[in-house]
Write a new protein. Structure first.
Length: 109
């Protein structure tokens, strides 16, 4: 159970970090665009370089989070597989219950 809680906390932390990074990038883009519009082409070139650097950093962070999410999904799949192998009748009962609910929903139409 502790592993699951720590995984949820890690994903929440990663999500919060990405949100903060996106807000920072958006704020930087707004400042740089205002500066580029006001000061001409030389500053626009500098602004473009800064923007590209910020976007590359954000892209690298997103790749890290994507890898972490994929690893977590794989781990959860293994946990589910282990549970089903250890408790096959529970899994059969859950599948039957889900099938019953889906069947009732389909028949309502």
């Amino acid at each position: 159970m502790e592993e699951t809680s720590s995984g949820k906390v890690a994903m929440a932390d990663a999500s919060a970090a990405i949100t903060a990074d996106l807000k920072t990038v958006i704020r930087d883009i707004q400042v740089l665009l205002k500066a580029a519009a006001a000061n001409g082409t030389e500053l626009a070139g500098n602004a473009r370089e800064q923007l590209e650097t910020a976007l590359l950093g954000l892209q690298a962070r997103l790749v890290e989070v994507e890898k972490a999410a994929a690893a977590r999904a794989t781990e959860m799949g293994k946990v589910a597989d282990t549970y089903v192998r250890e408790n096959p009748w529970h899994a059969v009962g859950a599948a039957a219950g889900i099938g019953l609910v889906v069947g009732m929903l389909i028949c309502r139409r």
